[in-house]
Design a protein around this ligand. Sequence first.
Ligand code: MTE
Length: 163
Amino acid sequence: MYRTGIVTLSDKGAAGEREDLSGAVIREILEQAGFEVVSYKILADEGEDLKAELVRLSDEVKCDLVLTTGGTGFSPRDVTPEATLAIADRNAPGIAEAMRAYSMTVTKRAMLSRAVSVIRKSTLIINLPGSPKAVRESLEYILDTLSHGLEILSGKGGECARK
Ligand code: MTE
């Protein structure tokens, strides 16, 4: 069972002015798929706070997977990709690319997501877009392949089957 952390980036959510529906969608999808959610936080769109939380979830909580939602667009307050890249050891761009490619079949606005996917130590960190609809579309698309990546990252499984 993979240990998972969820971080919602939302100024309004952090101020208690908006219910976090996106975080709830992530939790629902993960738990249905058998992942364990060990941490869940709502943060304002502040890069330094997000960096500290991602480092905590990777290095102390030892999450296998961290999913963020929100802050990937073009608003001046959208700093999620920059904070994520700043604490990354390795880039894993294919996951963000796949989400954008699939999402482009749903809405051309998907090209406006600047989401990134990276690895820090043994933790895979993925930015999801902000809306509950976008979260569901993106996460459901990558989920089964994600499990294979996590197997390899954690050393629990190794070989990619050759066909
Ligand atoms: N991806 C999917 N699958 N479905 C969507 O509706 N919305 C897009 C995009 N990605 C969308 C999507 C829009 S409108 C924006 S502005 C960007 O995600 C960034 O969203 P964020 O700023 O809430 O993170």
